[in-house]
Design a binder for this molecule. Structure first.
Ligand code: GDP
Ligand code: IMO
Ligand code: MG
Length: 459
């Protein structure tokens, strides 16, 4: 009798454990399923200027935080709201929404002159940016000698110029990894800044002299930085505890990638790249957030491609069609104003971008620019000396020499900038999107048909 009671008791107890465990499991899965809060990364899948700024602004409507985590003011992101056009170089593009706080993570390199100008412009536009921007003390600074060195190296390269933006990006990241960098941290500790700046500037001036370039005025620079630091210091705060606290705490975060995957410092045809890693891993290194915390990884794909600066583009268009697309798409650098080179959509390269970043959604931009073209080419692979070769197997020599394999699709005549539903798009336009989706095996969720914030089809 006693044994029977004990057995019953243990069954009841075990059932209790089972229901508690099952209830918890159900709660966890349902909360994930129904939660509208997501951590989203926006990545450019080509050579930059894919329209990341527009997509970030769009997604930031639902966001509590928008985070920049790599690069510097070589980035130029555009947001168009009605008749107004805004350019972002360092401040995250989503700060127009009243609730959205901007974070500049430790992986970003900062030119304080550009940052303070950008702050002033946003204040003029009525954004209370000083109250909603947080800057990591770990950010490295782009200092006057970095800009001078960037330009001096480019001039010395002569016809082998890389075509950098001249913003000091390479030299500043080089100083970071060689322990010669100076950070926002030193701006907080002014005596350390003065000591380190004088030491570095003297060495850099010697290097500049070998290029026959004017040295930088050390004392005048210190004077300038003593003023600039005062404007920045109130916004400086370690961002790690804040981001850790808000992740998984029903907050919505958008991470804003800069540049493009084909400009990654490791995964590009080096040295035709930028100084930072543009792939998703930079969210981890440049914001202190594990990539396991990221739910939606959006790859932004321009419906054709553009690039500023040197380096091979396998699908580059060399005839007058490039000029037509450049003018129609206003393809001029947001940072430097340089005309962008134009090419057909290179799905072989974009496929690499979707794979290496585990991209799970696509945003196609500038589809409107293709209206009126009789025939569209899509690159579906590369051939070198008669053999197939993948993007990841190519250095710049191979990318220069290879032959793209093209799929030809019929174009459409109708303008599409006012279309708001997928099914209203011309059939050939729908087919173009269908081909991209099918080739990349990633769903298209956003189609942008004009620079304006609202000119967007959600699928
Ligand atoms: P980002 O660096 O990726 O943010 O891109 P940029 O801002 O440098 O360049 C993209 C350009 O295309 C900007 O001028 C945008 O306003 C514009 N743009 C973005 N989406 C569209 C679109 O769907 N159609 C058109 N015509 N322009 C767009
Ligand atoms: P967004 O974020 C387009 C390119 C430069 C140059 C190379 C190296 O607006 O897409 P750098 O100054 O970084 O040392 O230059 O990288 N580049 C970009 N091209 N858009 C960008 O940013 C770029 N950022 C860097 O043109 O070829
Ligand atoms: Mg840009």
């Amino acid at each position: 009798m006693l044994i029977l009671c004990e057995t019953r008791l243990s069954v009841v107890k075990n059932l209790g454990y089972f229901y508690t465990f099952f209830g918890f499991w159900l709660f966890l899965h349902l909360s994930v399923l129904f939660s509208k809060y997501m951590n989203t990364v926006v990545l450019g899948t080509q050579w930059g200027d894919e329209g990341k700024g527009k997509i970030v602004d769009l997604l930031a409507e639902q966001a509590d935080y928008v985070v920049r985590y790599h690069g510097g003011n070589n980035a130029g992101h555009t947001v168009v709201i009605g008749k107004n056009k805004y350019f972002f170089h360092l401040i995250p593009s989503g700060v127009f929404h009243p609730q959205t706080v901007g974070i500049i993570g430790n992986g970003v390199i900062l030119d304080l002159e550009v940052l303070t100008e950008e702050l002033a412009k946003l204040q003029e536009a009525g954004i209370a940016i000083l109250k909603k921007l947080i800057i990591s003390p770990r950010c490295h600074l782009i200092l006057p000698y970095h800009k001078a060195l960037d330009v001096a190296y480019e001039n010395a390269r002569g016809t082998n110029k890389l075509g950098t933006t001249g913003r000091g990006i390479g030299p500043a990241y080089a100083d970071k990894v060689s322990y010669n960098g100076i950070r926002v941290y030193e701006l907080l500790n002014w005596d350390l800044f003065i000591e380190k700046f004088r030491f570095q500037a003297k060495i850099k001036n010697k290097i500049l002299k070998t290029f026959s370039v004017e040295p930088i005025d050390i004392e005048a620079s210190l004077e300038k930085y003593s003023t600039l630091r005062e404007q920045i210091i109130p916004m400086v705060q370690e961002t790690y505890p804040l981001l850790q606290r808000v992740i998984g705490n029903n907050k919505n975060i958008v991470f804003e990638g800069a540049h493009g995957i084909m400009l990654d410092n490791d995964w590009s045809p080096y040295p035709f790249c930028t100084g930072s890693n543009t792939i998703i891993g930079s969210v981890n290194t440049g914001a202190g957030v594990s990539i396991k915390s990221l739910d939606t990884i959006i790859g932004v794909v321009k419906a054709y491609l553009s690039r500023v600066g040197g380096g091979p583009i396998p699908t580059e268009i060399h005839d007058t069609l490039a000029d037509t697309i450049r003018e129609q798409g206003y393809e001029y650098g947001t940072t430097t104003g340089r005309p962008r080179r134009i090419g057909w959509l290179d799905l072989e390269a974009v496929k690499f971008a979707t794979e290496i970043n585990s991209i799970n959604q696509l945003a196609i931009t500038k589809l409107d620019i293709l209206s009126g073209l009789k025939e569209l080419k899509l690159c579906t692979g590369y051939k070198l000396k008669g053999k197939k070769i993948s993007y990841s197997e190519c250095g710049y020599r191979e990318l220069e020499q290879l032959e793209p394999i093209y799929e030809l699709l019929p174009g459409w005549d109708e303008p599409i900038s006012t279309i708001t539903e997928f099914h209203q798009l011309p059939t050939n336009c729908q087919n173009y999107l269908g081909f991209i989706e099918e080739y990349l095996k990633v769903p298209i969720k956003i189609v942008s048909v004009s620079p304006e914030r609202n000119a967007t089809i959600r699928i």
